[in-house]
Design a protein around this ligand. Structure first.
Ligand code: GRF
Length: 186
């Protein structure tokens, strides 16, 4: 099963997929909307094809998503895994890959959607947060939830400290859930 990962930034979740010993799919493409995203070099280091695009170079989201769909189809991509992809997926791409675009978010959705979910949780003073993996829909971090894992927030934790705890969980959970999704397809 051939899959693509979309990342705008560091790509530590992408790296965790690459490092997973028993990933049930082949990551054949890394897509990024940011030319300097460290995720791109991680792909290159693994001999994975990259597709870097500038959304500003297209008249509309529909136009760049049509381009993406063409490239994804050319590579026979079945699943799209978003890993720190900082763009809202529009109806064009959603429809082309209905039920096969998955995102990871650093909170227990529906709590703290959107940007800086980790900062939001600290700000709110809650005692626990977590990680959510979900199918995406037209909303921001609103699609059907596939898996969640709770993380307790120690008193007076720094944002960096909490981010580290969250990333550790993400790096275990995402490859596991990817395998479950792929295996459930048979
Ligand atoms: C992760 O915390 C993920 O939950 C969120 O963006 C972050 C990406 O981190 N959607 P990385 O680029 O995988 O290190």
């Amino acid at each position: 099963v051939r899959v693509a990962v979309f990342a705008s930034g560091t790509g530590s979740n992408f790296q965790a997929m690459l490092d997973a010993e028993n990933l049930a799919c082949d990551i054949v493409l890394l897509v990024s909307d940011k030319p300097n995203a460290p995720a791109i070099n991680k792909a290159k280091a693994h001999g994975i094809a990259t597709l870097v695009f500038d959304p500003k170079g297209f008249p509309s989201k529909q136009d760049y998503e049509s381009m993406l769909i063409e490239k994804l189809r050319a590579k026979s991509i079945r699943w799209i895994f978003l890993a720190g992809y900082m763009r809202i997926v529009g109806p064009t791409l959603l429809k082309a890959f209905e039920g096969r675009i998955v995102n990871i978010h650093p909170s227990l959705l529906p709590a703290f959607p959107g940007k800086d979910a980790i900062g939001q949780a600290i700000e709110a003073g809650v005692k626990k947060t977590g990680v959510t993996i979900h199918f995406i829909d037209e909303g921001i971090d609103t699609g059907p939830i596939i898996a969640q894992e709770e993380i307790s927030i120690p008193p007076a934790v720094s944002k960096e400290g909490l981010a580290q705890r969250i990333h550790r969980v993400e790096h275990q959970l995402y490859p596991k859930v990817i395998n479950q999704l792929i295996q459930s397809e048979g």
